[in-house]
Design a protein around this ligand. Structure first.
Ligand SMILES: Cc1cc2nc3c(=O)[nH]c(=O)nc-3n(C[C@H](O)[C@H](O)[C@H](O)COP(=O)(O)OP(=O)(O)OC[C@H]3O[C@@H](n4cnc5c(N)ncnc54)[C@H](O)[C@@H]3O)c2cc1C
Length: 422
């Protein structure tokens, strides 16, 4: 008879993978999943719903949450967790307290809300939840929106900009950073992305400071207001951790997310964390960082679930990387663009590619167009971090060669040192 009881806070990608893993190893254990929303949303599909490319159920790739819980015998508690007391291994939700053998924090993140959003004189939208997507979609359908401002030239910001473009809304994209995708793109590549935006009639203004959203539009420091009917805010995320003890000594160590080790354990024994609410391994820096990516959340959830049932599993993390398809092109970037090293650029009819190598090792790349090779480049970058002398496979070399990379460049990033590259 299994008496273990597992508590999972949040039924997103990380919570789902953890629950499935626990169920695999503990067929009869009680697994309670607390969820404040509907659960099982894939947030990256929300803009496709706004564009009308996906129906509402298609934003839920694992299926309907109640059906999934039925199939996996999970107890879905539809309540917001109000409090977690790690020292008692206790969760409070809906006015009820329950103690657990092991607890997973998988509460994800919410769209950041800057203070000026609260006093806005124009309708303001975000993009993270199904409700966010529904609100924007319905507003666009019911009102004659002619002009919009998107604040935040981030991966989310560009997807929202595309949704507005497809809805024939004239859009201005603003950011405080000096360029688009400041954390992912080299300045030269940012310039090429800006050209793509210009070709579609989208204005990009970087290096601006937003003061507020008034009746005349978005108010900027030292510049005229940007007139608009609506504003979409895509200025980052904040980990959902309101339920942690206010007394830091009783709470798991938290920076921009709950800090975890390679077993997804927090600093509080028996309490694990996974997904966008945590800071896990960044393979490139060797430290921890919040890396808000779907596959990372899944891998962390599986690792946490395994260790929660006493299996020994480690997940060393990933690197910051992004692939964004927008306005008929694809941008893919991996690694930190501020890294210095030997730089290579290649432009073909199909793509612009920029690579940085350090000591013969690929440490960062930007690719605009030809998304077919982004996976190969990312996998080479990761493989060479884990095993610096490892060569890249014949198949990968062939794909890169076909895309237009020279034999010399392929060899530089780890191709066949004997020059037998296909
Ligand atoms: C527009 C957009 C585009 C994206 N594009 C990409 C992309 O191209 N590639 C990529 O890899 N990633 C992308 N992402 C990021 C990716 O969606 C996330 O990394 C991933 O969903 C994280 O999963 P999670 O389970 O950690 O968190 P979430 O999906 O946020 O799930 C957390 C769950 O916890 C629940 N919850 C929160 N607080 C509580 C509480 N107190 N009590 C109970 N339940 C609670 C929430 O309701 C939610 O269901 C994108 C995200 C957005 C918004």
């Amino acid at each position: 008879m299994e008496t273990d009881r597992y508590g999972i806070i949040g039924f997103g990608c990380a919570g789902y993978h953890a629950a499935k893993t626990i169920r695999r190893f503990r067929p009869r254990a009680q697994i309670d999943i607390f969820e404040s929303g509907r659960g099982l949303l894939n947030p990256m599909l929300t803009t496709y719903f706004v564009e009308g490319k996906l129906d509402q159920p298609q934003m839920y790739p694992f299926g309907d949450p109640d059906s999934v819980c039925g199939e996996l015998s999970l107890n879905l508690v539809r309540a917001k967790v109000e409090q977690l007391r790690p020292e008692r291994m206790e969760i409070t939700a809906g006015g009820m307290n329950q103690r657990y053998t092991s607890i997973l924090i998988a509460s994800g993140a919410s769209a950041a809300v800057p203070p000026f959003a609260k006093t806005a004189s124009k309708p303001v939208f975000f993009m993270r939840t199904e409700q966010d997507a529904q609100l924007l979609k319905e507003y666009l359908q019911r009102h004659s929106v002619r002009r919009a401002v998107v604040i935040g030239a981030s991966m989310v910001g560009i997807k929202v900009t595309e949704a507005l473009f497809l809805a024939q809304v004239e859009t201005v994209l603003l950011d405080g950073a000096p360029q688009i995708f400041p954390l992912a793109a080299f300045p030269s590549m940012a310039g090429k992305i800006e050209e793509v935006l210009q070709k579609h009639g989208i204005e990009l203004r970087c290096g601006v400071r937003v003061l507020g959203i008034g009746a005349g539009g978005v108010e900027l420091a030292d510049q005229a207001d940007v007139p608009c009917d609506i504003v979409c805010l895509c200025v980052g995320t904040r980990a959902n951790l309101d339920f942690l003890p206010a007394d830091g000594a009783m709470a798991p160590e938290t920076r921009r997310g709950v800090v975890v080790n390679t077993r997804m354990e927090t600093s509080c024994s028996g309490v694990f964390a996974a997904g966008d609410c945590c800071e896990g391994g960044n393979l490139q820096t060797g430290g921890t960082a919040p890396i808000g990516l779907w596959a990372n959340a899944a891998a962390q959830g599986i690792c946490a679930g395994s260790n929660m049932v006493g299996m020994s599993r480690e997940y060393y993390g990933t690197i910051p990387h992004n692939t964004a398809r927008f306005l008929g092109t694809t941008f893919a970037g991996a690694g930190d663009p501020s890294y210095e090293g030997e730089r290579f650029m290649l432009s073909t009819r199909e793509m612009d590619l920029e690579l940085v190598l350090d000591g013969g090792q690929l440490i960062c790349f930007n690719l605009l167009g030809n998304s077919r090779i982004s996976g190969v480049l990312k996998s080479i970058l990761l493989k060479r971090i884990l095993s610096p002398d490892g060569e890249i496979s014949d198949c990968q070399q062939a794909i890169l060669k076909q895309a237009g990379l020279t034999k010399d460049l392929i060899n530089k990033i780890g191709g066949d040192k004997n020059g037998i590259c296909i």
